[in-house]
Design a binder for this molecule. Structure first.
Ligand code: NAP
Ligand code: ZN
Length: 348
């Protein structure tokens, strides 16, 4: 597969524009795929604009990829040409440290290889993401997609889905548990769908009054406007778990106040500036503030299979790739219901 094309940028200030590059032919255990859909994660915006300070250019973003397999290496067993495959945020890891051996590659002690803007462990090149016409990946880091799901709605499961599924499972969201979700964006709306599907009592916190009806439709038992201090306080000391999926700096203190004794708040949103924390909210309740990143390969497959069983996909607005810069701006205006997904057939 000599040549690839996509949308990317050469610096933090320029809009994304067409870019050509090359990928290697698939190695023994690798597959090549033609990209069908790619979700637009807020991380793509943080990364292309170097908001986390770790950008590498030229950069082609995109880590919520659904595609069709076009070629498989001689030792690849999981896929055949023509089959649908999905790739998320991680495309390699050391494969021998304790977390990798446990299938928790996201916590690889030697560091994961990200789908884009990361040094490729095989050929030393910089990985280029899914806003492009094809991808080459080891089959260990590609997933099968259950039949019967809308493929555009599947793409966001590869990041927004697993990033919320994993902590909700880890902290045992389920019947009898009260779970709070802060921020109703791409990640937040998946957290809400999963919390509801797992049988937890789900409370959505949002800064956007116009999202209230959607939150109820997506499974919230209650919606609280995060600008209403009294409405928030009414939930004091009542939550078993809170997941924070907000992309911009904001105070965590109103939410840590809502934790029960020994309960946990997990951050998945990663704004460009660190939060300040009222330690008293944790100390006086032995409460925990934690974090979580995406999920390992076995759990990602488990999540996809669960979504197949329960018919869960993301709520998406499908866009042509030519609208990507507009989509980034709309993301910043909180104007997306609830994930943009690029139809890669628009890439000519
Ligand atoms: P998104 O679709 O833009 O959603 C972010 C939501 O945050 C918005 O919809 C909004 O919800 C809320 N928000 C935005 N600005 C706010 C502000 N100033 N104050 C309070 N709330 C605000 O973003 P996303 O794709 O879901 O990503 C969310 C964050 O998670 C990003 O930082 C991203 O990089 C990070 N992320 C982390 C992981 C991980 O593994 N941990 C994986 C993927 C993404 P309301 O309108 O409801 O208030
Ligand atoms: Zn993402």
């Amino acid at each position: 597969m000599p040549s690839s094309k996509g949308y990317g940028t050469s610096d933090a200030k320029s809009p994304l524009s067409p870019i050509n590059f090359s990928r290697r032919e698939p190695g023994k255990t690798e597959i090549a795929m033609e990209t069908l859909f790619c979700g637009v994660c807020h991380s793509d915006l943080h990364m292309t604009r170097n908001e986390w300070g770790n950008a590498v250019y030229p950069m082609v973003p995109g880590h919520e990829i659904v595609g069709r397999v076009t070629a498989v290496g001689s030792a690849a067993k999981k896929f055949k040409p023509g089959q649908i495959a999905a790739v998320g945020v991680i495309v390699d890891s050391c494969r021998h440290c304790p977390p990798c051996n446990r299938g928790e590659e996201q916590y690889c002690e030697e560091g994961v290889t990200l789908t884009y803007a990361s040094k490729d462990r095989v050929d030393g090149s910089i990985t280029m993401g899914g806003y492009s016409n094809n991808y080459v990946v080891d089959e260990r880091f590609a997933h099968t997609v259950p039949d019967g799901l809308d493929l555009a709605g599947v793409a966001p499961l590869l990041c927004a889905g697993i990033t919320t599924y994993s902590p909700l499972r880890h902290w045992k969201a389920g019947p009898g548990k009260k779970v709070g979700i802060v921020g109703l964006g791409g990640l937040g709306h998946m957290a809400l769908k999963f919390a509801h599907a797992f049988g937890a009592q789900a409370v959505q916190f949002t800064t956007s009054p116009k999202k209230k009806n959607d939150a109820l439709r997506l499974g919230a038992n209650e919606v609280v406007l995060s600008t209403d201090a009294d409405a928030i306080k009414a939930h004091a000391r009542s939550f078993d778990f809170i997941i924070d999926a907000v992309s911009a700096p904001h105070s965590l203190d109103p939410y840590t106040e809502l934790l029960k004794q020994d309960a946990t708040m997990a951050l998945v949103g990663l704004p460009d500036k660190p939060p300040t924390i009222n330690a008293g909210n944790l100390i006086f309740k032995r409460a925990a503030l934690s974090g979580s990143i995406i999920g390992g390969m076995p759990e990602t497959q488990q999540m996809l299979d669960y979504c197949g069983e329960k018919k869960i996909t993301a709520d998406v607005e499908v866009i042509p790739i030519q609208k990507i810069n507009e989509a980034f701006e709309r993301l910043l205006q909180q104007d997306v219901k609830y994930r943009f997904v690029i139809d890669m057939s628009s890439l000519k």
